[in-house]
Write a protein that binds this ligand. Structure first.
Ligand code: HEC
Length: 113
């Protein structure tokens, strides 16, 4: 093998590695995303009585998730809010695991119509 073909082989290997890491970057967010089906079950058990089946709250003045209200923030900020609670909203720290809360957040984001 001469130097030129060696270079070609190297370039091809590099391109392969770049494609692979690119594909992994695409695959990762999906692997980390919450499970909306599990989230929906938890929502129905823990949240529905106040936030309604469709995300339209029964409390006046509370964010309407079916209109995307209150959801224009990052997942980790929502996690914080749900862990801490506020006012009439109970804190879910110790009741739900972070993973469960992420599942619920994934579900909340699907309530928008
Ligand atoms: C006892 C009733 C009640 C339950 C149960 C409840 N919430 Fe709430 N939630 C509220 C109220 C009331 C507020 C508004 C709090 C405030 O701003 O004073 C609120 C606020 C929120 C907010 C913030 C919205 C905003 O305007 O920023 C989120 C997100 C949220 N709830 C999600 C959940 C999730 C997820 C669950 C179930 C795991 C849940 N809530 C369970 C009553 C409840």
């Amino acid at each position: 093998m001469n130097n030129v073909s060696l270079l070609k082989v190297g370039a091809r290997a590099l391109r392969g590695a770049l494609l692979l890491s690119g594909a992994m970057l695409f695959a990762m967010p999906q692997a980390m995303a919450g499970d909306p089906v599990k989230g929906g079950k938890i929502y129905n058990q823990q949240c529905k009585k106040c936030h309604g089946g469709s995300g339209k709250s029964t409390f006046p003045g509370v964010a309407d998730f079916s209109r995307g209200e209150g959801l224009m923030i990052a997942d980790h900020e929502l996690l914080q809010k749900i862990r801490d609670g506020r006012g009439m909203m109970p804190a879910f720290r110790g009741i739900l695991k972070d993973n469960d809360i992420f599942d619920v957040i994934t579900y909340l984001r699907k309530l928008r119509r």
